[in-house]
Write a protein that binds this ligand. Structure first.
Ligand code: AMP
Ligand code: MN
Ligand code: MN
Length: 324
């Protein structure tokens, strides 16, 4: 809590702030950035919300998402940068330039692989989501929650817990979410927008991903992949197709699931999930990424094909899984 007091005093002193999330943004990232933006604006601060990446189209249904700015070389340096849900500097894209320029930085995050790259770091893996940490911070700062802020703040807690199903759910999640629902967040609406809003083409992609599904280690390890041409075929981008990795984990025998999606030639995003004992954040860290024990990821770069490059990763994970 010492860090929280330090964060509050930094915020009180700053005029112009930038609140920044991670590249390839997910619900927690978007929710944390926009909740802080709305909360701190309500306190009279000048705040720019930012993510140096495109926003997945389903999230554009929520208020203020159009305000998330990208990095620009002409941008004025803020007095303070608050980085949320990002475990290392490379996760914030070109906003790393602000770190290099010496902008005072606060990091708020729940990833256990966080490298503590801010001047003040509030990093706590006990929280389900960064959005839950933002909720606690704004409560301490006596921010008034209207329906819109409640909705924005709710999104990150819901999405990072798989809509209250994952092992990061504890009683504090329900307590905090109960407050947000009382303040006006509508769980049914959020679930509809995020879970029941699929494009038909996503099903075709799922069919391709199912065709590529393989299991190893007596069924304990399931993996699949999609190459760039699969996405091109249906006119979808790689960030419009997520969630397949959790489907792989749902196979009864599976402990570890891996899904690879090729974003451009020579580069793929790798998503890792585990069910009850295997720490996938360690694997992700080895390959230059990060995350949590049960959900982690990294970027795989390669010269030849994805399938060949993936073989090495599959082998590495299989060996470690067999040891357990
Ligand atoms: P994903 O599989 O993309 O849903 O990511 C699962 C978790 O791993 C999330 O908490 C991400 O923040 C984290 N993660 C994914 N990719 C990376 C990466 N390249 N570097 C660090 N963390 C990552
Ligand atoms: Mn995230
Ligand atoms: Mn998160």
């Amino acid at each position: 809590m010492r860090n929280v007091s330090a964060i509050i005093s930094e915020i009180e002193q700053a005029e112009k702030m930038l609140v920044c999330g991670h590249i390839m943004p997910d619900g927690d990232c978007i929710s944390s950035v926009l909740s802080l933006y709305r909360g701190l604006t309500w306190l009279g601060k000048k705040v720019t919300p930012a993510v140096d990446w495109n926003i997945p189209s389903i999230y554009l249904n929520f208020p203020h998402t159009e305000k998330l700015v990208h990095y620009s070389v002409n941008m004025e340096l803020p007095d303070l940068m608050i980085v949320v849900d990002s475990s290392s500097p490379d996760r914030i894209g070109r906003f790393q330039e602000f770190l290099k320029a010496g902008v005072r930085t606060i990091v708020i995050d729940h990833h256990k692989t966080n490298t503590d790259f801010g001047n003040i770091n509030w990093v706590s893996p006990v929280y389900s989501s960064t959005a839950q940490m933002v909720f606690r911070l704004l409560q301490i700062m006596d921010v008034n929650y209207d329906r819109e802020l409640a909705l924005l703040n709710y999104i990150g807690i819901a999405t990072d817990t798989g809509f209250f199903r994952y092992s990061n759910v504890d009683s504090s999640v329900f307590e905090d979410v109960a407050c947000l629902v009382k303040y006006g967040a509508d769980p049914g609406y959020v679930a509809r927008v995020i879970l029941e809003n699929k494009k038909l083409e996503e099903f075709y992609l799922e069919r391709d991903a199912l065709d590529n599904l393989k299991v190893r280690c007596s069924g304990k390890f399931a993996y699949s992949f999609l190459e760039k041409w699969n996405f091109d075929k249906y006119g979808l981008s790689e960030d419009e197709f997520s969630g397949f990795v959790s489907q792989l984990r749902s196979i009864s025998t599976v402990e570890v699931a891996l899904f690879a999606s090729e974003s451009s030639r020579g580069e793929a995003h790798i998503s890792l999930r585990s069910k009850s004992y295997f720490d996938v954040s360690e694997i992700a860290k080895t390959f230059g990424g990060g995350g949590h024990e049960r959900a982690a990821g990294f970027t795989l770069t390669y010269e030849k094909g994805l399938q060949e490059a993936l073989e090495e990763v599959i082998e590495y994970i299989s060996e470690r899984l067999e040891e357990k």
